[in-house]
Design a protein around this ligand. Structure first.
Ligand code: TRP
Ligand code: SF4
Length: 400
């Protein structure tokens, strides 16, 4: 019923580094060619943990958008916006909160995990408990079908699916649903109506999943159906009520284990990052001073790449020939560590070059960025408004 639509958000809590690029942004730039994409700055989500340092958020928002653009996210393909500029997210969050059992929120694994991990902060707040529900609102308000996320976020997508199911179950049972659904079937025209009925029976009586898929694609092709009839016919297929909020799928982005300068995963909290648009001199210096295999005290001591964080970067950035050269040269003390690091420095700088170039125009003229976001917010508000109309009506708030 709902065309493929990708949505993802990122919290503005600091500047982005190459770990974000390899883990998330590269994936976004690929997806924008295949799907309708919406990417947003989750500033309200940032406030759930950074409520006492709002200046961090304020600073990070625009830098982050420039980082996205630098990485190649293309505003003519993807819609870029800021969560707090689409207040409909908050309205949906509130309305969904009416049907969200507290126990569901308390059981989301990230809740206790994060509280323990960020023990220095008081996260026994209402806002933090509601974090996954706000995320559900972000997703459901656009009727997103795919949500690219890392492993850690999968429970939030599962939670979102449960909320959607509960919503449809409670509010999809409009009076006279069956009659309305049958009337909608008629509107398909006799041939398609017969096919729809056949496929529905095959699915409901024999659990034939292919019949369900065919019926769904039959409905997808019906341009002239109203949204209400569409929701009814989708719901009627599966024997539920109207399907007002479709359940999204998580799209797992392969865990990128982008190594940092010390061999641990690249992360701000380990202080081992190279930022996305870091200047060349600083990148060069950081890599030159990276620790190496501690056994190589002198240039003449042979080393073992397995004990060296530089080797991990070679695995991300170097081709087979270079890797062979490292293995051979390191183990035989044929090359020195500075020599060994040079191809990594060159590769990181080459990767960053187009990013720095793309960013420059936005740094020169920040109004470009403001305009991209203003356009994106407007598009997002329009889409969000359509869903909210259905949601308000379903919850008995359709009066004017
Ligand atoms: N919770 C996500 C994260 O920390 C950010 C986020 C907020 C998000 N809303 C979302 C991601 C909606 C995907 C969809 O990474
Ligand atoms: Fe590490 Fe390369 Fe030095 Fe070997 S030669 S210890 S792999 S930096």
């Amino acid at each position: 019923m709902f065309a493929d639509r990708v949505l993802s958000g990122m919290r503005p809590t600091g500047s982005l580094h190459l770990g974000h690029y390899h883990g998330v942004l590269k994936n976004w730039t690929e997806m924008q060619h295949e799907y309708e994409c919406l990417f947003f700055v989750a500033d309200w989500h940032a406030l759930t943990t950074h409520y006492d340092t709002p200046q961090v958020i304020e600073q990070s928002v625009w830098d982050m958008v420039v980082d996205w653009l630098a990485a190649g996210v293309d505003p003519s393909r993807a819609t870029l916006f800021i969560q707090s500029k689409v207040p409909e997210h908050a309205e949906l969050h509130l309305l969904l909160s009416m049907i969200t059992p507290l126990g569901w929120l308390e059981r989301v694994p990230t809740y206790k995990d994060q509280q323990e991990k960020l023990a220095a902060k008081d996260l026994s707040t209402y806002g933090f408990l509601g974090y996954p529900l706000l995320q559900s609102a972000d997703i459901l308000i656009y009727r997103a079908t795919h949500v690219p996320v890392g492993e850690d976020q999968v429970p939030h997508i599962e939670f979102t699916r449960e909320i959607a199911r509960r919503f449809n179950h409670i509010y999809g049972r409009e009076p006279g649903f069956e009659e309305k659904a049958l009337a909608a079937v008629k509107k398909l025209g006799s041939k398609k109506a017969r096919l729809y009925a056949e496929l529905r029976t095959r699915f409901q009586e024999q659990g034939d999943d292919e019949a369900l898929l065919s019926a769904k694609s039959l409905l997808d092709e019906q341009q002239s159906l109203s949204m209400g009839d569409r929701e009814r016919l989708f719901g009627y297929l599966e024997g539920t009520g109207k399907m007002i909020l479709p359940e999204p799928d998580a799209m797992l982005t392969k865990a990128s284990k982008m190594p940092g300068l010390d061999g641990q995963k690249m992360s701000k909290s380990y202080n081992n990052t190279i930022s996305l648009r870091e200047d060349e001199a600083s990148v060069t210096k950081k890599i030159r001073t990276m620790p190496t295999d501690p056994a190589r005290v002198r240039r003449t001591d042979p080393g073992n790449p397995e004990h060296c964080p530089v080797w991990q970067l070679h695995q991300v950035y170097s081709g087979e020939d270079t890797k062979q050269w490292v293995q051979q040269g390191c183990r035989s003390a044929g090359i020195g560590c500075i020599e060994c690091k040079q191809p990594v420095i060159d590769a990181v700088l080459a990767e960053q070059k187009p990013m720095r170039e793309r960013a420059q125009q936005y740094l020169d003229d920040p109004t470009l960025v403001r305009n991209i976001i203003a356009d994106g917010c407007e598009k997002a508000r329009k889409l969000a408004g359509e869903t909210m109309r259905d949601v308000r009506e379903a919850m008995g708030l359709g009066y004017s």
